[in-house]
Design a protein around this ligand. Structure first.
Ligand code: ADP
Length: 754
């Protein structure tokens, strides 16, 4: 049956939908996506949210709940088959007239645009709930929708109506009084009549709304048999069946053999009653041994409004001074906006106090860097009848937070170890086992999605720094394709190696060719590659691991730890021998740029490189800071690491430059060569110039000299350049190149010859 012609109530106030809402509805209505089922989940979820709200309000104002039926915090589903209407009723807070207008006509939040964007990218309607626009999914199945609503703050009961054609209407509702809450009447589309079937609705509630913490009832019929006495005038067989679901006493009376004693018969009755569909006992209250993985996954999907299973979960009970139960989940993927507005984001945990939902925007439960963790916390220790603000300051929250962080980090560690174990198993397996080491482990996935969060944690959470450091993963010179941990690095350290080496830059490719690695690689030391802009910040907060200090391979004073006496002696002698030359070179270079010219112990095949002092920015850091839109020039100057030119005393170019400089210390050409070598080293070491033109000018000059072009050679004028061009010849007709035809036989012959 179609409700397309249904009209708004007479005299109703009509309003236009906000343009975004209309667009959203268009998309939903025209969505080819077949899973229309989700509308029920969204509406039940809204009902549950509004029940949470009234329950929360009643904590500080018990009269908010009212009395009698109004006290029943529940959701009821009913169908009217004849009219083709499905109704969902909750006794939640309800909406005032203004709420109806605002909540169901406009969308203030960025929800719509984010959702529309996702849909345009081929996203899934299924995720609509995540964007705060779930209500509109009702238009997947509805021709017409009524929302009847009563709020404590509004004396009037209102009805909101819309058929998704750009307008909605609000008028006073004279229907049955609701006490409080909402009733949504969905006039189902012709092709959505299946939602009138009890079995379908039960299936959907079971599938999607199992974890709603309020009872959900459906008005359903069942057949019951009953023995009744036969009355004299009841011998005739009545065969009446009535669809009217409000009547309990329409009997379907079965026939019976006539018998004198006893004068009874079995009667099959169709009884209509409210049937409870869910077990609203919260899953987190159950013992973890009674809940299986599938249930956790289902719970997660319902909680996170997510399609995918979580990567990991932990369910635990904290006892002692502060008691609480919690379930935490790690999603598989990071939300696209994870780091937008990072410092203002609340954690994604739902806080309950003694089963009563308090808030899902409670900032005090987890630190920012763990805000990707989803889950619920239910505490018996926190007080119930206080405002959110008072609760936020409660001392127990600190303890709860501390324990939650521990548990969350434990869960991540276990996830990491899981992958590790698999690998160990493989190693010990026989050769015949399939090598699956290339396969992405769960932890690899985790790292891809949330590695940055762990790095932020190292910066922000000093008390858990070591725990977090163990979770770090990176590629190295010895493991360019497979992530390794610091523990693995330390295990693989060479004898005599005293520090953990790393180098930061834009990409692995660039790092692999860095002159800074030459000596380290020659010594067969492993070097960690850091390519994430945040890495060097992180390393500023992590100075050692397992008693080994970290060394940045691009910084001055790089120690190799294993220099023997003869090497030390040689270095000293070299420094002495090159003293005059390094001083000359230093004097030739711009004063502000270079602090010193030194003999290098890290270079093998590169003539020279530029390193920074230990406490200033590295080249990579300088690059990152320059890229920041609001970088402060003063700070740039201050933090920019003092640079040292390191020269390779074994390199022929360096040796030649020394000879030339000694032959004629004042030669402009030699000085220029020294500057160009320095500048080239700057580039190779990852720095960029403030004035690239100077460098380019010098380099072109060198090229010019090399080609024997005079310094004052003129640049050609237009007329000179015209004259230099070859004269244009009249165009000759084009002749196609003749291609000899190859016959099939020739080809065969050629093949034979080959
Ligand atoms: P979300 O629930 O994610 O905010 P929806 O589009 O589902 O987004 O709902 C929009 C708003 O309408 C809700 O935030 C809520 O204020 C209001 N609302 C929807 N359903 C109900 C209901 N059953 N009772 C009270 N308010 C409701």
């Amino acid at each position: 049956m179609s409700h397309k012609d249904k009209q708004f109530a007479a005299g109703a106030e009509t309003h236009e939908f906000q343009a975004e809402v209309s667009r959203l509805m268009d998309i939903i209505i025209n969505s080819l996506y077949s899973n229309k089922d989700i509308f029920l989940r969204e509406l039940i979820s809204n009902g549950s949210d509004s029940l949470d709200k009234i329950r929360f309000l009643s904590l500080t104002d018990p009269s908010a709940l009212g009395s009698g039926d109004a006290e029943k915090l529940e959701i009821r589903i009913k169908v009217d088959k004849e009219r083709g209407v499905l109704s969902i009723r909750d006794r939640g807070v309800g909406m005032t007239k203004n709420d109806l207008k605002e909540n169901l006509g406009t969308i203030a939040k960025s929800g719509t645009s984010a959702f529309l964007e996702q849909m345009q990218k081929g996203g899934d309607v299924n995720l609509i709930g995540q964007f705060g626009v779930g209500f509109y999914s009702v238009y997947l199945v509805a021709d017409f929708v009524e929302v009847r609503s009563k709020h404590n703050d509004d004396d009037t009961q209102w009805i909101w109506e819309s058929k998704a054609d750009g307008a909605f209407a609000i008028s006073e509702d004279h229907g049955e009084p609701l006490d409080r809450g909402c009733e949504i009447n969905i006039y189902l589309k012709e092709e959505a009549q299946e939602y009138l079937e009890e079995s379908k609705l039960k299936e959907l509630v079971g599938k999607y709304s199992e974890f709603i913490n309020f009872p959900i009832y459906i008005y359903s019929s069942k057949e019951v048999s009953e023995e009744v006495e036969i009355e004299e005038d009841d011998e005739e067989i009545a065969d009446t069946e009535d669809d009217d679901m409000d009547t309990d006493d329409d009997d379907d009376i079965s026939d019976e053999d006539e018998d004198d004693t006893p004068k009874t018969k079995t009667v099959t009755k169709t009884v209509w009653d409210w049937e409870l569909l869910n077990d609203s006992k919260a899953i987190w209250l159950r013992s973890s041994s009674d809940v299986d993985e599938e249930e956790y996954t289902k719970f997660y999907k319902a909680l996170a409004k997510e399609d995918k299973a979580p990567l990991a979960y932990t369910h635990f009970k904290a006892e002692g001074d502060v008691e609480f139960k919690a379930i935490l989940f790690i999603p598989e993927l990071a939300p696209t906006d994870m780091f937008d507005n990072y410092y203002n984001k609340a954690s994604a945990l739902k806080l309950y106090v003694r089963r009563v939902f308090i808030s899902d925007e409670f900032d005090e439960l987890l630190p920012k860097y763990l805000s990707f963790i989803k889950g619920i916390v239910d505490s018996d220790t926190l007080p119930l009848n206080v405002s959110r603000e008072t609760l936020q300051q409660h001392t127990s929250l600190k303890t709860i937070k501390k324990k939650l962080v521990r548990k969350a980090l434990d869960m991540i560690r276990k996830l990491a170890e899981e992958g590790q174990d698999d690998e160990d198993d493989e190693d010990s397996d026989s050769e015949a086992s399939v090598d699956t080491s290339d396969e992405e482990t769960k932890y690899d996935k985790f790292w891809k999605s949330f590695g940055k969060a762990i790095k932020l944690g190292i910066i922000e959470d000093a008390s858990n720094r070591m725990r977090l450091a163990k979770l770090l993963r990176f590629y190295t010179s010895k493991s360019p394709d497979k992530l390794v941990s610091l523990e693995q690095y330390v295990e693989n350290m060479k004898e005599g190696q005293k520090t953990i080496y790393y180098l930061a830059g834009e990409s692995q490719e660039q790092l692999q060719k860095s002159p800074f690695l030459e000596r380290l690689l020659a010594k067969d030391y492993e070097v960690i590659y850091f390519t994430d802009p945040i890495d060097e910040y992180t390393m500023q907060n992590l100075t050692e691991f397992d008693e080994f200090k970290f060394s940045n391979a691009s910084k001055e004073d790089l120690k190799f730890g294993d220099a023997d006496d003869s090497e030390k002696k040689r270095n000293k002698a070299l420094r002495e021998d090159f003293k005059g030359f390094t001083k000359w070179w230093k004097d030739v270079l711009p004063v502000d740029d270079v602090e010193a010219v030194k003999i290098s112990n890290r270079l093998v095949t590169t003539p020279c490189s530029v390193v920074t002092s230990k406490y200033g920015w590295s080249a990579n850091m300088e690059r990152i800071m320059k890229a920041q839109a609001l970088s402060d020039d003063n700070k740039m100057g201050y933090m920019r690491g003092r640079k040292t030119l390191e020269i390779n005393p074994r390199h022929p170019l360096v040796r030649a430059l020394r000879e030339q400089s000694e032959a004629d210390p004042n030669s402009e050409t030699t000085k220029e060569l020294a500057v160009v070598m320095y500048e080239t080293a700057m580039l190779e070491s990852g720095f960029s110039f403030d004035k690239p033109a100077d460098f380019a000018g010098r380099l072109f000059d060198l090229v010019r000299k090399n080609m024997g072009v005079e310094a004052d050679a003129d640049v050609l004028s237009d007329s000179e350049i015209d004259a230099s061009l070859p004269e244009k010849k009249p165009k000759e007709p084009e002749v196609e190149d003749e291609v000899p035809d190859i016959t099939f036989d020739d080809a065969e012959e050629m093949k034979d010859e080959l």
